[in-house]
Design a protein around this ligand. Structure first.
Ligand code: GLN
Ligand code: ZN
Length: 755
């Protein structure tokens, strides 16, 4: 009999209960014991829910109070020295200190988990790094479930993935050399799990879908030769892509089971079945990364083929990866219309899909005939719905030609036209868009949303805020102004709400990091722009001043990247539709008298595929989409773009091909280091390297900014340099903002005088 399995469940709670509890604890309003009790309550509820959904292989240790990679770091006792000695075990205070930092010790770094929007805490390896078992959480959680009568399959982050994700702080230390030091601890944990009654353990090695070095390959062989005999049987989980050139390696490892992501890489099952491995195969047939209802007929087809060739008894049916990346429960969405809801599936619904599929495989389709028929009807309705398919959008997109991706003239020509129109000094000063979203601004937005203030009053409030923002910028002496973005909740949601083809959930939260969750909008259909989205605000701001006001838009790639994207057409096609909508907005802004338009693309880099071989293909369409959005304007209209903290070195040609007249980037924290990529590449257009780290409450003195700018001028010709903060100012308050910008303007003036 095939088994219904799950790889991980969202830990945050359907109503973000974990966020509430953890944040209350941080504020001192919830004791450690009460926090632990809330964690236990959530775990129990989630185990129960999975069992009720018909899941037989239920994960444990997938829950975490902050991050599962940090949990593994605690298990291994890899506590960086600045957080004090590791006692008997890593206590909650030390654990949260590592995640969030303290007054004395800066937090450990955080970065994106593969190509998801989930951020993990980066392990750190120091000089003389040692390890020891310092958390029994995997065993405790297993026993906790067992006491509730639920037999689970504990989950561990695998040793090679854990090491590969880490960062060495000691020169010349190759993290992989630490493998032999951590394997005994992994073995110890596995042994203890076996003693506690675990017969299987899921061990996650998503590095298996990335380009592996020889060292990583050797490490995988060494690790699993040792761990395979340590105790429980191992289900080695690969996900987020294809094993591809690592397939033979994965099959050669002496583990009892292998999980395959058959959503991202459906074709790989063929090669695996041909190899006929002596392993249980876990088929990831339900999309763990997206919110669409599965096409069960298609999934069943794949499952049946596998069962026929491999034997039903050696098959598990599962989501493609942990369900950490999708919201908890669609049933909570009372506000979504029935038709749209019929096309969706969140974590709880996905488990039902896994169970239905497994029953169909074991007991025949008649056993679940009703469920399969209902699924088929919904899948068919989505495929043909006129709410999704807009022939006008499709034909416009199909007719996009090379000329639509090009500005009228070359940068040098545009630069002259823009200089004549804008008449800016050298080292022009500007900001990245948003100004402080004060408690008052947020309150007014909430009041408006809840109907406590009228649309007219809200509008008048926003106008006052915008006007005061313009006056403050004038008083500060900034050269290019912005309207301040007071009307925006979020840089993607604001646009999504105004575009056709978009939908929003009430409780569709997904953990981004720690207690922080995001609620990505859903792109369910062809995207178009029924009417202008920002022209009124930008136009209003421009009407108040003689200085140029920059229009402010979010770029197509970023809108795509931070949404749940439809899975019935390539991402590139959806991105192109968004690009056309933004293009219309750009044209309308220009027509309304806006002379400079910034199209933010902070997410371009994070969209890079996991495999190098796929980078060029992605960058080609991503940059094309940016160009499509940016190019309907005259030469004298200046196009800006903005990117946050990012590594530019290896994507410099793509950045240059975007051909924005001005790019602003976050550089102050790296001490202008990021700018060298632009210098080395001889980047031809204008650049605004950030001189104020807006993530810190510190007001940077004028001298610091001058130093940074001098450094920048040694890399980039000064006539192509702009002076601006790292990023938007929405999280800062007015006092620090005005103090910092005053210094920033003074720094620019000093440089102009050649001081
Ligand atoms: N214009 C946006 C803002 O200032 C840019 C934010 C970002 O790059 N993350 O808020
Ligand atoms: Zn930014």
């Amino acid at each position: 009999m095939a088994k219904a399995a799950n790889l991980g469940f969202p830990r945050i709670g359907a109503r973000r209960e974990l966020k509430t509890a953890v944040e209350a604890h941080w504020k001192g309003n919830l004791s450690a014991d009460d926090l632990a009790a809330e964690g236990a309550r959530l775990r129990a509820a989630h185990w129960q829910l999975q069992r009720d959904a018909g899941i037989e292989v239920i994960p444990s240790n997938d829950f975490s109070f902050y991050d599962h990679v940090l949990d593994m770091t605690a298990v291994l006792g890899a506590v960086p020295r600045r957080f004090g000695p590791v006692g008997d075990h890593v206590a909650p205070t030390q654990y949260f200190a590592m995640a969030r930092g303290t007054a004395e010790a800066p937090a450990m770094e955080m970065t994106k988990w593969f190509d998801t929007n989930y951020h993990y805490i980066v392990p750190e390896f120091e000089e003389g790094q040692s390890f020891r078992l310092a958390s029994l959480k995997p065993i405790e959680d297993f026993l906790e479930a067992k006491a509730l009568g639920i037999h689970t399959r504990p989950v561990l982050v695998g040793p090679v993935t854990w090491l590969s994700l880490g960062k060495t702080k000691a020169e010349g230390l190759d993290p992989l050399t630490l493998l032999s030091a951590i394997l005994p601890i992994y073995s110890d944990v596995l042994r203890r799990l076996a003693e506690a009654g675990a017969d299987w353990v899921q061990i996650d090695e998503p590095v298996l879908v990335t380009d592996l070095s020889d060292g990583q390959r050797r490490a995988l062989s060494t690790a699993y030769a040792e761990l395979a005999t340590a105790g429980p049987r191992l289900m080695l989980a690969s996900y987020f892509g294809s094993l591809d050139d690592n397939l033979d390696l994965a099959l050669s490892l002496p583990v009892a089971g292998l999980h395959l992501d058959l959503i991202r890489a459906p074709e790989q099952i063929k090669r695996v079945l041909e190899a006929g491995p002596d392993k249980v195969l876990s088929l990831g047939l339900i999309d763990g990364r997206n919110v669409w209802r599965a096409d069960l007929a298609r999934a069943l087809d794949a499952a049946q083929t596998a069962a026929r060739l491999h034997g039903t008894g050696r098959i598990q049916i599962a989501p493609s990866c942990s369900l950490l990346h999708v919201p908890v429960d669609l049933d909570a969405e009372a506000g979504l219309d029935a038709e749209l809801k019929g096309w969706l599936s969140f974590a709880r619904q996905k488990l039902a899909e896994v169970a239905t599929l497994t029953r169909a495989l074991n007991d025949g389709q008649v056993a679940v005939a009703d469920a399969l028929a209902a699924n088929a009807a919904l899948v068919a309705s989505r495929a043909s719905s006129s709410r999704i398919h807009d022939p006008k959008v499709k034909s416009r997109s199909a007719s996009v030609g090379p000329d639509d991706l090009r500005r009228r003239s070359h940068y040098q020509v545009r630069q002259r036209a823009q200089a004549a129109q804008l008449n800016l000094p050298v080292f022009p000063t500007t900001t990245i868009g948003s100004f402080p979203q004060t408690a008052e601004v947020r309150r007014a937005r909430a009041d408006h949303r809840k109907g406590r203030i009228s649309a007219a009053d809200y509008d008048a409030f926003l106008k006052r805020e915008t006007e005061s923002c313009i006056r403050r910028q004038e008083a500060l002496g900034l050269d290019m102004l912005v309207h301040g973005e007071f009307e925006r909740n979020d840089m993607v949601e604001y646009f999504g709400e105004q575009l056709a083809g978009y939908a929003f959930t009430r409780f569709g939260w997904v953990q981004s990091y720690g207690s922080r969750c995001v609620k990505p909008p859903l792109i369910f259909g062809d995207v178009s722009r029924p009417q202008p989205m920002t022209v009124e605000w930008s136009g209003y701001a421009q009407s108040l001043t003689d200085r140029p006001v920059k229009g402010m838009l979010t770029g197509p790639v970023t809108i795509l990247q931070w949404s749940f994207v439809r899975d019935d057409q390539p991402r590139s096609e959806t991105c192109k539709q968004i690009a056309l909508a933004i293009r219309d907005e750009v044209a309308d802004l220009e027509a309304a008298g806006i002379k400079a338009i910034q199209i933010d693309e902070p997410a371009i880099r994070e969209g890079l595929p996991l495999r190098r071989a796929d980078w060029d293909g992605y960058l080609q369409w991503a940059v094309d989409c940016f160009r499509l959005s940016a190019s309907p304007v005259r030469d004298e209209t200046q196009i800006h773009t903005h990117m946050c903290y990012s590594e530019f070195n290896d994507i410099m040609p793509a950045i240059a091909r975007m051909d924005a007249d001005v790019i602003s980037i976050e550089t102050s924290r790296s001490d202008m280091e990021l700018l060298t990529a632009f210098g080395d590449f001889e980047y031809p257009n204008e650049i605004g390297p950030g001189v104020w780290d807006i993530h810190s409450p510190r007001v940077p003195p004028q001298e610091d900014m001058i130093t940074l700018l001098r450094k920048a001028a040694s890399v980039i010709a000064s006539e192509r340099l702009w002076v601006n903060p790292d990023c938007g100012l929405k999280t800062r308050d007015w006092a620090e903002t005005e103090a910092s910008l005053k210094n920033l303007v003074a720094a620019a003036k000093a440089l102009r005088k050649g001081d």
